[in-house]
Design a protein around this ligand. Structure first.
Ligand SMILES: [Zn+2]
Length: 112
């Protein structure tokens, strides 16, 4: 599958599999404007994208990815907090179990 069509943003590879290259326009319409295009062939079935547009799109993608990661991080922190509580409860249980066992052992040794 093609990364660029799937993801958008900066085109890194296109259908033909060739990595993209960055060049500078020398046309009268867009002098000095940089663009990405297929590193192999210039043509209708090969990627062409203005750098400013690609970067604008990339920033949008990165922004939404960051927002998702921030949401995930909050969930992970909550889960870690819950796990810590569970671990504390298990330790408390084990400690009380051990002290009960020790009391019984000392009681048994007192009896015999
Ligand atoms: Zn190509």
């Amino acid at each position: 599958m093609d990364d660029h069509i799937e993801r958008g943003g900066i085109p890194r590879k296109f259908e033909c599999g060739a990595p993209t290259i960055m060049l500078e326009s020398k046309t009268a319409q867009n002098p000095g404007r940089r663009f990405y295009r297929c590193g192999k062939i210039y043509g209708p079935n090969h990627v062409f994208m203005w750098l400013d547009e690609a970067h604008h799109e990339e920033l949008g993608i990165l922004g939404s990815q960051q927002a998702m990661m921030a949401k995930d991080l909050i969930e992970i922190k909550t889960e870690i907090g819950e796990l810590k509580k569970d671990i504390c409860e298990i330790i408390e249980f084990l400690e009380s179990f051990r002290s009960n066992l020790q009391n019984r052992c000392s009681f048994v040794s007192f009896m015999y």
